[in-house]
Design a protein around this ligand. Structure first.
Ligand code: SAM
Length: 330
């Protein structure tokens, strides 16, 4: 394989960002995310750490610059420290990020820092402990809150809190969440609810558009757009008057960002997916376990990118995609 070919798709998008679902398992059971009925991959179906590191290493050789670990809950996978140590050794990979529910941050923050995972997205949909239990099934708000405080105190270069705003579920807390960005140097991110893997809880009536969320936050102060770097991804980021942190919006429903999408995904059982919202997948695991060479794997990565759809069609097909967030990696 020639060194560093550019991973450009048919629509002139350069793919430089790989999102990796380390496991479909999660220690929480968020009602809108957990598959219903609950399913679980067998351990042998998951890519091993060695297989994951091989694919990530090859993707980096091909031109991937940024990797996000997600899931399921990445920190719930056994011996994650071992994987992190391997990840740290991949040459040319300088941007490693993690999306987590934050419950295990107390246990693993040092391993993350040692491995160069400097940027954390912590998912939290409510600031009310009782509601946290209703949404996630567990009384663990305090652990997440401590996780956020640790992330801020221990030198992670970026801390973002992700809230999926759902009408009638947690939309009364939109402004309270924005106050977090007032008080702490973090980015508060509001994500539009998508019709994917929701265990039956999706409903168009629950979707709150970025426009409406923004209006509610503006009761606190003016929002001014911040110019973005390419690696910032699809979020539109704003300064909030008087705030230590910032406000970000991810708006897959109201502002499609497909034309700028630079992402490729590896599911927990080793399927490559060029779009979160399209169920087309390439089975890498079979090639990894069938004696495939590095060139075979690189060719499949390139082929998957060549087949990346121009955009998602959720507006035309509102029932969404069939994939489960936990195995694809949210
Ligand atoms: N366990 C980790 C966590 O909690 O961040 C990573 C996986 S989780 C699937 C990643 C993110 O996807 C979470 O912020 C979750 O709220 C979000 N998510 C799940 N289902 C969603 C949906 N239908 N629409 C929008 N975001 C969703």
């Amino acid at each position: 394989m020639s060194s560093n070919p550019t991973l450009t798709d048919l629509f002139d998008r350069t793919i430089s960002y790989l999102r990796v679902s380390l496991t479909d398992q999660c220690n929480l059971r968020c009602v809108y995310c957990t598959p219903s009925p609950l399913s679980k991959l067998e351990h042998k179906e998951l890519l091993t750490y060695e297989e994951l590191l091989r694919v990530i290493g090859l993707a980096v050789e091909l031109g991937v610059k940024k990797v996000r670990l997600t899931g399921g809950e990445p920190l719930a996978r056994r011996n994650i420290e071992r994987f992190l140590e391997g990840l740290a050794k991949i040459k040319g990979l300088d941007d490693i990020r993690l999306t987590t529910n934050g419950v295990f941050l107390g246990k693993y923050y040092q391993n993350l820092l040692d491995a160069g995972v400097g940027k954390l997205n912590i998912s939290l949909d409510t600031l009310k402990p009782k509601r946290f239990q209703e949404i996630t099934g567990f009384d663990e708000f305090e652990q997440v809150w401590q996780g956020i405080q640790l992330a801020l105190a221990k030198g992670f270069s970026s801390v973002k809190v992700n809230m999926v705003a759902m009408r009638g579920v947690n939309d009364d807390e939109i402004v309270d969440f924005a106050k977090l960005a007032m008080e702490y140097p973090l980015q508060m991110r509001y994500i539009e609810f998508m019709p994917i893997g929701n265990g039956g809880s999706w409903g168009a009536d629950k979707l709150i558009s970025t426009g409406e969320i923004k209006q509610r936050i503006e009761t606190l102060g003016a929002l001014t757009p911040i110019s973005q770097k390419r690696m910032d991804g699809p979020a539109r980021v704003y300064e909030l008057e008087g705030a230590l942190g910032s406000i970000g919006f991810i708006s897959p429903m109201s502002h499609k960002f497909c034309e700028k999408c630079n992402r490729l995904r590896l599911t927990s059982e080793g399927a490559l997916r060029s779009c979160l919202l399209s169920d087309d997948e390439t089975d890498l695991r079979a090639v990894l376990r069938g004696g495939g060479t590095d060139d075979d794997i690189c060719n499949l990565i390139i082929k998957t990118i060549q087949a990346k759809p121009k955009g998602h069609y959720l507006d035309e097909s509102p029932s969404g995609c069939l994939g489960k967030m936990s195995r694809i990696g949210g």
